[in-house]
Design a protein around this ligand. Structure first.
Ligand SMILES: Nc1nc2c(ncn2[C@@H]2O[C@H](COP(=O)(O)OP(=O)(O)OP(=O)(O)O)[C@@H](O)[C@H]2O)c(=O)[nH]1
Ligand SMILES: [Mg+2]
Length: 443
């Protein structure tokens, strides 16, 4: 998502950063380029105009042109506009009652937009947070829809309320009663989709809405539908009312224009993005991070969070202590290499590393080297892993032989490891850095 628009913006940002002097003409040219990039990405024309006018207005003032670092000022203006376009900070919050009452989340959207998958992803997410979610199969139109939800529910060990019925309103009502009785604190209602908007569908969803009075009414929009998604969201907002948007299939190869227009046109926040087919592939939507990703500034914060999620708390604390006491050894490094595989595919992470976009491709990240390093450490004795200093020439030769590498490669790893330890010592006091460093190690 956003690949091509991001490429263009990265270019614009690059040509401006560090420039000591810029002219009004420079800005006009850049704004024109931005306009083209947005239009090419299928952003709504009205939205583009607004974006461009505001940027122009702010950027051509004295403040920018005469400032010490006009390039940076300009980039900041574009960035701020982009964040505003995508939504503001407080919007990602999901409205829920306290755990003593049952909150209701109603899912709606067109056929195939990702409602059922997203319902299950949300349930998995709440469960992880220690809540007690329950799913409701209120899509009684599509054959096998109920079964689909049941299969997903089983995967994440969340109960699915289902009934032999033709009346989704009744099912939703009964589900709510059952959830309250059995003290499930979040009820997520999956509803049916249609190919096109039609009255019957709107009526049905409206009745379900009235029957369960949801705390959140989430409109699931398929990022691939483009401008169409914007029109449909507007329709749902008028007829039923939506409280937030989930943009599914954000991982797909689309231009991203719909995402950039949705917030602005519909006026409802994007709360989550679906980033894959797996049930853990749901991320909160952070406008500032997406904006910096589009501008090619890298997504440092997401990266740190991802790293933190994978490394469990106890382990993180242990690592922190090791770093601050400078007792990080090769065994720890080996553990880290293993952990990196757990963090998911590397190409997903590349986008998030500052400066990596456009400079690093998956091919540059040497998974072969990671494998080699693992083999080298695995050929060491425990004493060697915990005290690399005892690795003299003879031992190095043995390790090289044992791991099927060369002494040169063993030397290189040890040098790299030594450097890593030094850096760690330096940043030992900074928690954020530690997390991101754990992530960067070996890359
Ligand atoms: N790559 C990717 N695929 C997704 C995502 N969300 C859903 N899908 C896929 O999209 C397809 C449709 O998803 P569903 O959840 O069944 O969509 P739905 O809106 O419930 O569909 P209907 O009930 O038929 O209206 C499935 O193959 C999902 O695996 C996502 O974020 N990324
Ligand atoms: Mg469905």
């Amino acid at each position: 998502m956003f690949d091509s628009i991001s490429e263009k913006f990265t270019g614009i940002v690059r040509s401006f950063s560090g420039k000591a002097k810029i002219t009004e003409k420079n800005i006009q040219d850049a704004v024109e380029e931005i306009k083209i990039a947005l239009l090419e990405a299928d952003v709504n024309l009205r939205v583009v105009r607004r974006f461009i006018n505001k940027t122009m207005e702010e950027a051509t003032g004295e403040k920018v042109l005469k400032s010490i670092d006009p390039g940076q000022q300009f980039i900041k203006i574009v960035y701020d506009r982009m964040v505003q376009l995508l939504g503001d900070e407080e919007s990602q919050h999901i409205n829920l009652k306290g755990p003593d009452t049952t909150s209701v989340i109603l899912m709606m959207g067109l056929q195939g937009s990702g409602k059922t998958t997203t319902a299950a992803k949300l349930a998995a997410r709440f469960k992880k947070q220690g809540r007690r979610p329950m799913l409701v199969a209120a899509d009684l139109v599509r054959p096998a829809a109920v079964l689909q939800l049941q299969v997903l529910g089983e995967k994440i060990d969340v109960p699915v309320f289902a009934q032999e019925s033709k009346d989704p309103v009744a099912v939703a009502k009964h589900a709510l009663a059952a959830a309250k009785k059995e003290q499930y604190d979040i009820l997520i209602v999956d509803t049916s989709g249609r190919m096109h908007l039609d009255e019957t569908m709107m009526d049905e969803i409206k009745k379900i809405y009235q029957a369960v009075s949801p705390d959140e009414t989430l409109f699931v929009a398929d990022a691939m539908t483009g401008q169409n998604a914007v029109t449909i969201a507007q329709e749902f907002e008028e007829k039923v009312g939506i409280s937030g948007v989930v943009l599914s299939k954000f991982d797909s190869d689309t231009r991203g224009g719909a995402a950039l227009s949705l917030r602005s046109i519909v006026g409802k926040p994007i709360k989550f993005i679906g980033v894959g087919e797996k049930l853990e592939d749901l991320d909160p939507f952070y406008p500032d991070r997406i904006a910096s990703r589009i501008l090619g500034m890298g997504d440092v914060v997401s990266l740190v969070e991802k790293a933190q999620e994978t490394i469990d708390q106890a382990e993180a604390e242990r690592m922190q202590e090791k770093m601050s006491k400078n007792t990080f050894d090769l065994q720890d490094y080996l553990d880290q290499l293993d952990r990196m595989n757990k963090m998911g595919s590397i190409d997903k992470l590349i986008d998030m590393i500052p400066g990596a976009k456009g400079n690093v491709s998956e091919d540059d990240i040497d998974t072969e080297e990671m494998k080699r390093e693992k083999a080298i450490i695995q050929s060491m004795t425990y004493a060697e892993r915990t005290n690399y200093r005892i690795l003299g020439p003879t031992r190095r030769k043995r390790v090289a032989k044992g791991s099927g590498t060369s002494v040169n490669e063993v030397n290189r790893l040890l040098k790299k490891f030594e450097k890593m330890r030094l850096t760690m010592k330096k940043f030992a006091k900074n928690k954020k850095y530690q997390a991101s460093m754990l992530k960067h190690m070996g890359m």
